[in-house]
Design a binder for this molecule. Sequence first.
Ligand SMILES: Cc1cc2nc3c(=O)[nH]c(=O)nc-3n(C[C@H](O)[C@H](O)[C@H](O)COP(=O)(O)O)c2cc1C
Length: 323
Amino acid sequence: MNTIRLSLGPFQGITDAPFRNVFKKHFGGIDKYYTPFFTGIQKDHAKNLQVEEIDPTCNDVETLTPQILSTDAEEILRFATQCKKLGYKEINLNMGCPFPRVANKKRGSGLLPYPEKIEAMLNAVFGRIDLNFSIKCRLGYFNPDEIVPVIDIFNQYPLSELIIHPRIGKQLYKGEADVKRFAELIPMIKAPLVYNGDIVSVDSFERIRKQVQPVNEFMLGRGLLANPFLAEEIKKNGILSEFSEPVRQKKDRLHAYVVDLYEDRLRHTGGSPKVLGRMKELWSYLMYSFDEPQEIWRKIKKINALKEYEEAVDAVFQERRIK
Ligand SMILES: Cc1cc2nc3c(=O)[nH]c(=O)nc-3n(C[C@H](O)[C@H](O)[C@H](O)COP(=O)(O)O)c2cc1C
């Protein structure tokens, strides 16, 4: 169990630098983080890379991998050079984004049906890139067999890691992750492999882990946003489960985390009400830590003033029980 490594998947609009830093302060179990994707790296000193999100004084370059969404080898190389200068050891290419406005342009998971384009892009990147390069992808865009010729291409290059979320792009986040299909692909893949999808509890983690042996790297996503204790619980399972934390203590920790994140976001934005959007987005997952999540969500989603939000959160922690 000690050899299990866990990462937190990127979430555009949620897992930014303030989130990652506050999360790390309050919870354990996560070994590696990824930035939500960057785009539009048009210049050598791109403005959108001169931000806290990637600034090494606000991030740990050893455990954070910056992600890019691109199909342009020159842009990827430009991103890599700037990340290297900042001290990062690896970049990740997003080949998984399912949203039609991205995929219709043959970007994200929309690139997966075009192996010849992927090959031309990787050919231009490898040989010139001088830091680790990893990829995050799905099984395909239109159908789950699209990944097979793509794996042949991936196998030609020394990827530092291949993260597969076993859904197709067209599914968005609907249906279930196809763990069986992921397991069938394992012997075909040369790169160190990471499983991502639908890990929402220690039980689901254990079930998936058995199905995908010998894979021992897992990326958590919505499951960790909903239950921030999940990575700790997975790592403690079987070792310390008999000493599991009292519910009261868990509730206090959760409360401290939510307040800290909110206050940190307010500090970073000079008190902007935009903070509400980000906090609400988090609550659309975090509500599942409580009994009767839909009732909590109904109240929180319609809030549009900071004071109202603060009162609603106080009420949740006073009145609701955590699971
Ligand atoms: C709102 C939202 C934003 C996301 N943003 C990104 C992103 O920027 N980059 C990325 O690779 N994946 C992104 N993802 C995908 C997640 O990182 C993860 O792969 C996905 O939720 C599946 O894992 P899960 O079933 O454990 O949640 C996003 C997902 C959602 C729902």
